[in-house]
Design a protein around this ligand. Structure first.
Ligand code: PBG
Length: 328
């Protein structure tokens, strides 16, 4: 048979040079896509590298502005703070006091960089003695009582200057409660970025070292979702939209890209993917062993999140990617 009578498609035409590949590329990373999570620790002159997260540090307040300046100069315009504190109690008071570590950091950074968006993670687990995300009654987290404290936390964060409230505690009704509390306090224009779809995941391990928030008993499975479930994610996203969420987050990202796509197809608000600590740690460990090309792998991973439908990515790689984007 004559070769040219056999019909087939030549997909390789659009891959034949770097220029044509750029021309037809469907998804892109931009520095504007990123939110960079940072850890603030009590004390002075501290810059502790998190052992399981090479390149991620806990900064004391006096060193924080220098780091934020570097982040800002790389073009990153959104950051998130997590507080690392020693004084903890049953109800997580440190989360909602006006001079809490995140509130102080927020005020300081906002004053220096008014156009840097500060996204506040609204949760209690870094501040409770038991390490759970709400108040404990009968060995489980009490949903409705926790809501009051979470609403207080959100208002104190807004008062400190946070631009976006991001509740990550997975109590039912947190969006409705926080929205009402923000409105009542006059913060009608502060959006809520809901960690609507948050799984009870082993990928959070390194974060719990970094933020000292490991539960002292049990696990988070009565409030965070079962990784086996997909339809439940749609219910979670839907109810948070009804309650007034302005963004919907899916967390973790890497092994939940199908969920990112499902949520993208369901909602019409911006979708955020959280590229969590364990995803970061795996890449760093493999890179340190020389087993993978870190830069190429990170770009592939994060681009896949955009392809799956994420508009925004929370990632510890934000600084690295911002540098790589500048080089190109
Ligand atoms: C607080 C919170 C957690 C993370 C973000 N906010 C920990 C958890 O739920 O246990 C994890 C982030 C990461 O692993 O990078 N609830």
């Amino acid at each position: 048979m004559e070769k040219n009578t056999i019909a087939f498609k030549r997909h390789r035409r659009l891959r034949s040079s770097s220029s044509i590949r750029s021309l037809v590329r469907e998804n892109h990373l931009r520095v504007e896509d990123f939110i960079y999570p940072m850890f603030v620790i009590e004390g002075e002159n501290i810059k502790n590298e998190v052992t399981s997260m090479p390149g991620v540090y806990q900064f004391s307040m006096d060193l924080l502005l220098d780091e934020v300046t570097e982040v800002y100069n790389l073009g990153i315009r959104s950051i998130m703070f997590f507080g690392v504190v020693t004084a903890k109690d049953e109800i997580g008071t440190g989360a909602f006091i006006d001079d809490g570590i995140v509130q102080v950091a927020t005020r300081m950074v906002k004053e220096a960089f008014p156009d840097l968006l500060i996204v506040a993670d609204t949760c209690l687990c870094e501040y409770t003695s038991h390490g759970h995300c709400g108040v404990i009654h009968d060995h489980d987290v009490d949903n409705d009582e926790s809501l009051e404290l979470l609403a207080k936390t959100a208002v104190s964060q807004a008062k400190a200057g946070a631009d976006i409230i991001a509740p990550s505690n997975m109590m039912d009704g947190f969006v409705a409660y926080i929205r009402a509390a923000l409105d009542e306090a006059g913060y009608t224009n502060i959006p809520i970025m809901s960690y609507a779809v948050k799984y009870a995941s082993s990928f959070y391990g390194p974060f719990r070292d970094a933020a000292d928030s490991t539960p002292q008993f049990g696990d988070r499975k009565t409030y965070q979702m079962d990784p086996a479930n997909r339809l439940e994610a749609l219910r979670e996203a839907e109810s948070d939209i009804e309650e007034g969420a302005d963004f919907i987050m899916v967390k973790p990202a890497l092994s939940f890209l199908d969920i990112v796509r499902d949520v993208r197809n369901l909602v019409d608000v911006p979708v955020v993917a959280y590229n969590v600590s364990g995803e970061y740690a795996m890449v760093k460990a493999a890179a340190q062993n020389g087993w993978i090309d870190e830069k190429q792998l990170v770009i592939e991973m994060l681009t896949s999140m955009k392809r799956a439908g994420a508009d925004i990515i929370l990632t510890y790689f934000a600084k690295d990617v911002a540098k790589w984007l500048k080089e190109n």
